[in-house]
Write a protein that binds this ligand. Sequence first.
Ligand code: UD1
Length: 426
Amino acid sequence: MSHLLIEGGRPLVGRHKVYGAKNAALPILAATVLARDTFEIENVPDLLDLKIMIAILHALGARVRREGTTLYVDTREIHRTEVPEELMGQMRSSLFLMGPLVARYREATLYRPGGCAIGTRRIDFHVEGLRRLGARVVEEGGRIEARALALRGATIVLPYPSVGATENLMMAAALAEGTTRIVNAAREPEIEDLGRFLNAMGARVYGAGEATIVVEGVRELRGTRHRVIPDRIVAGTFLFAAAITGGDVVLEDARPEHMEAVLDLLATSGAELEVGADTIRLRGKLPPRPLPRVVTAPHPGFPTDLQPQLVTYLTQSEGTSVVVETVFDGRFRHAEELVRMGAKIYVDQRTAVIEGPTRLKGERVRAYDLRGGAALVLAGLAAEGTTRVYGLTHIDRGYMRIEEELAALGASIRRVSATREEEAAG
Ligand code: UD1
């Protein structure tokens, strides 16, 4: 089976250019459905999740063409409002089509979305929010139908600052009659980016990136040009990779202001950081200092999407660290794999206690989700001997050619592709 083959123990050294954020590009692509026009969207990473989103847009009747990192989207001939079930099942972000389709075409048919198995991932905030805006949403046997003669602005109080629900509702509200207030909105940088994109389309979105977002609905939106923000999670993953190998890496095209909690934590652990306007240099110091209590939280807190990478890093620290996962309820699967590599990690529901330092040993390990997979790659970089990481479809959803990018920084890592017979044999 395809896997990454890693010989550990080499410090990462060099410069790495951060590409565009998958989690910003996905809702932005969904938002193009709000207009019948043409768009130019730059800095879109060529990742599996984006391919699925593009396939969904095609299925609806849009045209999407890629030139390098720029996507040219033409939504003038959209003629379908049903997202194919097979594509829905491949990615949770397919849910982003619900708000835009119902707002622009008054109807949307979707199916239960797939996505990383990192806990129970409900969609009730999306559905309830759209109902508040006047949509009729019926769910039957995994099929979700949303309809509305017209959406009307309303105040929506989110029970939790959900990133996806905030984005879905912002998009729907952009074409609703009157004013919508989203209270307890998520404040992630990707939401700010979506707000900028919608406003460039002619929307009136105020406060994207703050806890209350106000959207004054407009009648029509138009095409625009936009550059997607850099991926702070990929940037963070490379910083942890540099730190865990005692390396010296400069990130280019980064947005340090989107990563304050991560940079603070790395500095507290002993890594040396030099932060420029769009560069971050990290020099790793091994062993890192342990961190007595890190709690993942919505932005601007420490991101859950870097929790697995952090846990891997802390296996190298001298002493006991504690990491509490508050965003998702099933996100420590990587810990079991790390333990197989020699880590001492004790997980109790949402809390992981990590005893360091441990010398990680090369093993055959499996990625069960995207960021957990990245964490295993980092473990392989730090381990003694040979590590083989399986489950690459997860990793490829969020990292572009991860082996090439790490090899360019001096890592010994390559992709071993399975023969067709081996793939078929599972
Ligand atoms: C987004 C990110 C994902 C990240 C997560 C949290 C994208 C494409 N994905 O996912 O990488 O890990 O934010 O930063 O941007 N919840 C409900 N009901 C809902 C919606 C959410 O109970 O209707 C719960 C979830 O189960 C979870 C929590 O809210 O426990 C946060 O989820 P949410 O912020 O919505 O994450 P996503 O948008 O799915």
